[in-house]
Design a protein around this ligand. Structure first.
Ligand code: ZN
Length: 147
């Protein structure tokens, strides 16, 4: 699932620029923005400097944008639909609206980022991905409409 080469960032090098100890999570869209953020968990955020639980980095037209979010503000964005290919076992998701992606055996494909969920192919399962933990997780419970 992990897309650590999307912007070509190297976590070990980023550790020289950002304090707190970074672990790469995934690259995905937040706050309805078009460009995805590379998201890093900060082991020990410097609260006195206002640092957050997660460091967000993106590059737009050659300019690097740095942002941050605390865990409670990530809840809304951390889950996304993806496909689990039953042939090559790869789990894929679309990083942003026009990120068309297929699994390594090209048996299935997905598109649309968080804006829409378009997919095709054969022999796949639709799965819910926790992007922060980089794993398949159960679907969130639907809120009950009847009361
Ligand atoms: Zn496949």
């Amino acid at each position: 699932m992990r897309e650590d080469q999307y912007y070509g960032f190297v976590t070990a090098r980023l550790d020289h620029f950002f304090e707190g100890g970074l672990t790469y999570c995934n690259t995905f869209c937040l706050d309805h923005q078009y460009e995805p953020y590379a998201v890093y968990k900060v082991a020990a955020p410097n609260l006195e400097k206002g640092h957050k639980d997660y460091l967000l980095l993106k590059v737009v037209e050659g300019k690097t944008w740095v942002n941050g979010k605390n865990i409670e503000d990530m809840e809304k964005w951390r889950y996304q639909n993806g496909l689990h290919c039953q042939i090559c076992d790869e789990v894929i998701f679309s990083c942003y609206r026009h990120d068309f992606k297929h699994c390594k055996c090209e048996g299935c494909n997905v598109d649309g980022g968080k804006d829409y969920f378009k997919y095709g192919g054969t022999n796949f399962k639709v799965v819910n991905i926790d992007l922060l933990e980089d794993r398949i997780c159960p679907w969130p419970e639907e809120p009950s409409l009847s009361k």
